[in-house]
Structure formats: C-alpha cells, structure tokens
Design a protein around this ligand. Structure first.
Ligand code: FES
Ligand code: FES
Length: 175
C-alpha cells in the first residue's frame, strides 16, 4: 500500500498522484484540487477563479485527459491516475515553456503545462486552432509564447531519437 494522506477520516479515496499511491481521507465531495494541495501537499496546482471552472489554473491530467481539478470530486475518481505539474518536471512541455520564455508571473503555468501535455499526448500535431481552444487563461498576456512553447514541445516529441555514440574501433557490436 502506498503512503497515506489523511485529514479528517470522513472518507477514503484511493488515487495515484504522480505515480504514488495515496489513500486520501477527505469528504468524497471534496474537489480534487484540495486533495492535491492539502492532502498530497503538492502545491503547484493553483486555484484561480474560486472553483468556477473559468480559468484553467487548476488543470491536472486524470487518466490521460486534462481535467479541472476544482470541478471534480474525489469520490468520482476512485483508482484514477493523476498527474500534476510536479509530475511533469522532465516533460518536453516544461522545457519548452522555459526555452520560449513563456513564464511571467507563473500562476497559469502549472495548469497550462498539464493541458498542453494532455493535448500533445492525444494529438501530437495539434492545429493552431486546437491550441487556441485550450481553456487556460493567462492574465499576463503570454498566450503567443505559450503557443510557441506547445509547437516547440511537439517538435521535440516528434523528433527521432538521436543515435547512440559510435563505439571505438576495438569494440565490435554484437550481431
Ligand atoms: S480554479 Fe479556475 S477553473 Fe479551476
Ligand atoms: S504567466 Fe502570469 S498568468 Fe500566465
């Protein structure tokens, strides 16, 4: 059994968050956002619009799909596999956001990165219209750079892996 994250004993939801199995003892009606932040202690995921479903700052990936964590109760997620921004540390989207200098205040970035990673997982070559359709808001006005970051990440993910180093002449590769 994985590590336990228990707050009040009124319920118990079993989730995997960033690959770690957790039993979360919170009311089943608790939004996933608060289970992530207060039980799992992963504070990268943000609340931007008071849980109204309008900003996308709380976006995480649930079973491969982007989801507003402010809008989904943990009671509906038994056994779900959740990825937060902390789980994307080595994802090409994260590197692309840095390379494109797409981060100003940074508040929207955890949700945007999760939305972008889920989009690229489902569609490795998203159209500009599909990128623009992401519901994530950036009040710093970084949308053009956020779009470029998705394009850069898509290119990275589609690029063939670099060939390995050539062995020195005295080493004969196995046949
Ligand atoms: S906090 Fe704004 S959509 Fe979830
Ligand atoms: S970088 Fe500030 S809200 Fe997007």
């Amino acid at each position: 059994m994985g590590s336990a994250a228990r707050l009040d004993g009124t319920g118990m939801a079993k989730l995997r968050i960033n690959g770690q199995a957790l039993e979360i003892a919170m009311d089943p009606a608790t939004p996933l956002l608060w289970a992530i932040r207060d039980a799992a202690n992963l504070t990268g995921t943000k609340q931007g619009c008071g849980g109204a479903g309008r900003c996308g700052a709380c976006t995480v990936i649930v079973d491969g799909a982007a989801m507003l964590s402010c809008a989904v109760p943990i009671g509906s997620l038994e056994g779900a596999d959740v990825t937060t921004i902390e789980g994307l540390a080595n994802h090409p989207v994260t590197a692309a956001l840095v390379a494109e200098e797409a981060i100003q205040c940074g508040f929207c970035i955890p949700g945007f990165a999760c939305a972008a990673a889920a989009l690229l997982q489902q569609n490795p070559r998203p159209s500009p219209e599909q990128v623009d359709a992401l519901p994530n808001l950036c009040s710093c006005g970084c949308q053009p750079r956020l779009r470029r970051a998705i394009a850069r990440a898509a290119g990275t993910m589609l690029a063939p892996a670099a060939p390995g180093p050539t062995p020195p002449p005295e080493i004969v590769p196995a046949r």
